[in-house]
Design a protein around this ligand. Structure first.
Ligand SMILES: [Zn+2]
Ligand SMILES: [Zn+2]
Length: 332
């Protein structure tokens, strides 16, 4: 099968012909139709994520089941599915026993089985989630990392009716976060350094797009503040500074991988009793909720689609922040 393989860090991914995977017990083989690209793929490419080379990356994969391993019970040949980053736990720890395998310290991921930039992908049956019938593969792909991350971040902030959400940074993750917050009825504003993205924010469901200079906290406070800030930027400086825009009891949830966070505004943190939380893919119900909102037409990813052969150009576009708002590789 055809696959994009990272053989050396910081080097173009090689398009290779490698052996087809075979499903073992509890596993399936998925014929991949599309796979979105995430900034984490850039981090892998640059060596900021511990992986064993050579490796096939790609963690927003969707396609159809073409092979079932022994002992699989719920999926059928031809099912349309996507595969999550975390596919199963080792089963015996407290988290697994509590039905929270994503929190297991020994999860199986694309790093163990190979990712979605290949014609065929091996996956654990437990890592596959069915796609709603009417959802296209290229849209559905975006749910599996950007959508899942954004929804878990929002749910982890414990939003209450009438609260105001601010999304900091509008890329693949942020543009989903805005739509998801608005779709569940929360007033949502956007903070971005890019005037064109601020303007586009209202098309995504935000009541206001705010262009911030180097002090997003001040800009947010002037615009009325927020109960919840969903930080999707990779800039530690912006995340640290947005604290001063939180309202009393505000929650800042950070989902981008940034450098060290240096919080200068301890006054807001203490006297407004705000909290800061990190978040990534959490309950699988969050992913299913994203897919349902997408199928209902309440959330629509904005995707740029590219043929498989252009994968290295796409990687450059993602790293340069040129994508509006998610790049998806279509396997053809
Ligand atoms: Zn991702
Ligand atoms: Zn476990």
């Amino acid at each position: 099968m055809r696959a994009a393989v990272i053989t050396r860090l910081n080097s173009p991914w090689e398009i290779q012909d490698i052996a087809d995977p075979v499903a073992g017990p509890g596993q399936v083989v998925v014929r991949i139709h599309a796979c979105g690209m995430c900034y984490s793929d850039v981090l892998v490419h640059r060596g900021h994520w511990p992986v064993q080379l050579p490796i096939v990356p790609g963690h927003e994969p969707v396609g159809e089941i073409v092979e079932l391993g022994p002992g699989t019970t719920t999926l059928k040949i031809g099912d349309r599915v996507g595969v999550s980053w975390m596919q199963r736990g080792e089963g015996r720890c407290v988290q697994c026993q509590s039905a929270r395998p994503v929190r297991c310290e020994h999860t199986q991921t694309w790093m163990d089985l190979g990712g979605g930039y290949a014609d065929l992908m091996l996956a654990w049956e437990t890592g596959c989630t069915l796609l709603p019938d009417d959802l296209s593969y290229s849209d559905a792909a975006v749910a599996f990392c950007a959508g899942f991350t954004a929804m878990s971040g929002l749910r982890n902030a414990d939003p209450r009716p009438g609260e105001r959400v601010c999304v900091l940074g509008i890329g693949g993750l942020g543009h989903m976060a805005v739509q998801l917050a608005a779709a569940i009825g929360l007033e949502t504003v956007v903070l971005t350094t890019s005037p064109d993205k601020a303007e586009y924010a209202e098309k995504l469901g935000a009541v206001q797009g705010i262009v911030t200079g180097d002090d997003p906290g001040k800009a947010l406070a002037q615009a009325g503040g927020a109960d919840i800030v969903l930080a999707t930027t990779t800039s530690a400086d912006l995340v640290a500074k947005v604290v001063s825009g939180l309202r009393h009891g505000g929650r800042l949830v950070t989902m981008g991988v940034t450098g060290p966070l240096r919080i200068e505004d301890m006054t807001t943190l203490l006297f407004k009793q705000c909290s800061i939380k990190g978040s990534t893919h959490n309950n699988r119900a969050d992913l299913v909720e994203v897919l349902s909102l997408m199928a209902a037409g309440k959330v629509t990813p904005r995707v740029e689609t590219y043929p498989f052969g252009e994968i290295n150009d796409v990687l450059k576009r993602v790293e340069a922040g040129q994508v509006r708002y998610r790049a998806v590789i279509e396997h053809g």
